[in-house]
Design a protein around this ligand. Structure first.
Ligand SMILES: CC(C)(COP(=O)(O)OP(=O)(O)OC[C@H]1O[C@@H](n2cnc3c(N)ncnc32)[C@H](O)[C@@H]1OP(=O)(O)O)[C@@H](O)C(=O)NCCC(=O)NCCS
Length: 283
């Protein structure tokens, strides 16, 4: 079997956040940054082998564009069946983009063809690597929303990623009654209305990334995790969950219309480098 390769034009840029407080690159506004050691370009392979690397791959594309056919062919039978059950073409496109991007990221880091990966669900529905068996310590998380997909991959660490398209409407404000903790609600209410919607999505993506990294999905009551967005070193969570300590979070605006949050926890509080890779889908 031949490993699927990105055509040269697709891999648009590699982005690594240069450290806390650094704010911008051409493609992404970093709202907060996970601490990481050093500022030199790291050797991704060495970091990966040492269990000190999380890569977050993300891609944007026009919503009316179908996912490239070559990406669909990377999916296994159960992914294709799930995809075909989705009623809307745009949901099928998102699904293919997210699951193919995940396979490409996994193979880029762990080797082997992108078609080789098989997955199973944990007790609470978190997808995990089933095959190849020697890759069982790899953790990943994926997320899809209108016009953007992302996946986070790490070995021996807990990871969660969430992306959302920022849409101002009654829906998000009504839902916020359910997912905001009291301190977060006060923070949002103190903001001018023009900034409030973006802030709601920042809290939402952080909570979803955290819930996914814990593997709990909706089994974590989202209002039970209270985030502070601005302390030094990035967002912090207060939470009663026994695994609520030792997390580090990233918050970013990959486009002006999207928010993305990443949650990472390494055993023993070890340093983890988080690298972001953007892929552009050719029109
Ligand atoms: C499934 C859930 C984990 C994330 O859903 P979401 O943010 O709507 O959708 P995303 O695209 O970001 O993430 C979906 C992916 O999460 C992953 N996922 C599902 N269950 C998971 C779990 N228990 N743990 C970790 N990841 C999980 C899957 O890979 C899924 O993608 P797939 O179905 O294509 O395989 C869950 O938290 C959920 O349904 N949340 C929606 C809740 C909501 O409406 N919140 C608004 C405020 S109340």
């Amino acid at each position: 079997m031949v490993a699927f390769q990105f055509p040269a034009v697709v891999s648009q840029c590699d982005t690594e956040f240069p450290g806390p407080g650094a704010g911008r690159d051409q493609t992404m506004v970093v709202l907060s940054t996970i601490d990481r050691p050093g500022t030199d370009a790291p050797d991704a392979t060495a970091l990966w082998r040492a269990g000190g690397l999380v890569q977050v791959w993300w891609a944007t594309w026009p919503q009316d564009l179908a996912a490239p056919a070559g990406w669909y062919r990377l999916l296994d039978a159960s992914e294709r069946a799930r995809c075909q059950r989705l009623a809307r073409a745009q949901d099928r496109g998102q699904y293919v983009m997210a699951h193919a991007l995940l396979r490409l990221a996994l193979s880029s880091l762990a080797g082997g063809p992108a078609e080789q990966w098989r997955f199973r669900a944990s007790e609470h529905g978190r997808p995990e690597v089933a095959e190849p068996a020697q890759a069982a310590d790899i953790r990943f998380s994926l997320s899809h929303t209108r016009g953007l997909v992302a996946c986070a991959v790490g070995a021996g660490v807990q990871v969660g990623v969430d992306v959302e398209a920022v849409e101002d409407g009654p829906g998000i404000h009504e839902a916020s009654e359910l997912f905001l903790a009291p301190t977060e609600r006060e923070d949002c209410q103190a903001l001018p209305s023009a900034q409030r919607t973006g802030r709601l999505y920042e809290y939402w993506t952080l909570k979803e990334a955290f819930a996914k990294a814990l593997g709990l999905g909706l089994h974590l009551p989202l209002h039970s995790a209270a985030f502070e967005l601005d302390p030094p070193g990035g967002p912090r969570v207060r939470c009663d969950h026994p695994a609520g300590e030792g997390w580090r979070f990233d918050l970013a605006a990959p486009t002006s219309e999207h928010r993305m949050a990443t949650a990472v926890r390494a055993p023993d509080g070890k340093d983890v480098t988080v690298m972001y890779r953007r892929h552009e889908v050719p029109a």
